[in-house]
Design a protein around this ligand. Sequence first.
Ligand code: GLV
Length: 322
Amino acid sequence: MSHIYVTHELPGERIAELGQHCDMACWPGPGPLPPETLRAEVAAADGLVCLLTDRIDAALIDAAPRLRFVSSVSVGLDHVDLAAATARGIPVGHTPGVLVDATADTAFALLLAVARRVAEADAWVRGGHWRPENAWSPDFFLGRDLAGATLGLVGLGAIGRAVARRAAAFGMRVVGWNRSPREVPGVEPLSLAAVLAASDFVSVHVALTPETRGLLDAERLAQMRRGAILINTARGGIVDEAALAEALASGRLGGAGLDVYEREPLPADSPMLSAPNTVLAPHIGSATALTRRRMADLAADNALAALRGERMPHCANPEVYG
Ligand code: GLV
């Protein structure tokens, strides 16, 4: 019987069903699976179901001589060395589609929170500052209007398009750039430089790949409008964080809403922690109970197909099937 290792307990029934078709072991926690335990466990595994926090690099794949598939409970696969997996003929599954709305909601929640200073206002009330002498005034906690403002989308995949639909409902003009040009109803297609120059809000929705690493570097951030707000729910590595911190500290950019970082968890000395007008979330883009269950179900479906020697329904390197 095939031996499958699962790196975290997962919600939903399909993962339990998978266990009926193989000998399945799961990291019981507490806390995330240590990399050295993962390395020891994959040595005997025929299949691996993993999270985005597990680093599946070439060395790990080399340490897994029996490995026949990897199924990640994530849409992004920057934690997996796809080339190394492909070279070994190992299909890598992921979970596109099911997290589109939850992630677009998170992007919009951050956008609204920064635009209307929600986190700052909450801290102010809790801090006991809301007193009769400053109860309300016409210039009290002024934020930004969404209606009539321009939202620039960097990436027009499913999540970028879902954010565009939300923006339209808020009366925003939407412009967008995609690496391979793409017609999207309601989105004016522009070059990346033109999107950055035209937008009051910029939201990032490209996958992290060698081509997009550092895409929004100091030069590109400098192309953004003075006072513009940056939202990133994609991957931290797409934005040069040091350059972003500097642009925020100098007031050139007006704020940021971030769910993802170059290093996660965010280090205690990260300049983002003291950046002004910035709302920080701990990589919760897809974090709703329903979405996480759907992601676990898809990951189990990918694993089950691979176990049966069938094509995974959502495979990121279909070239392994010839
Ligand atoms: C979340 O970041 C994912 O890639 O699923």
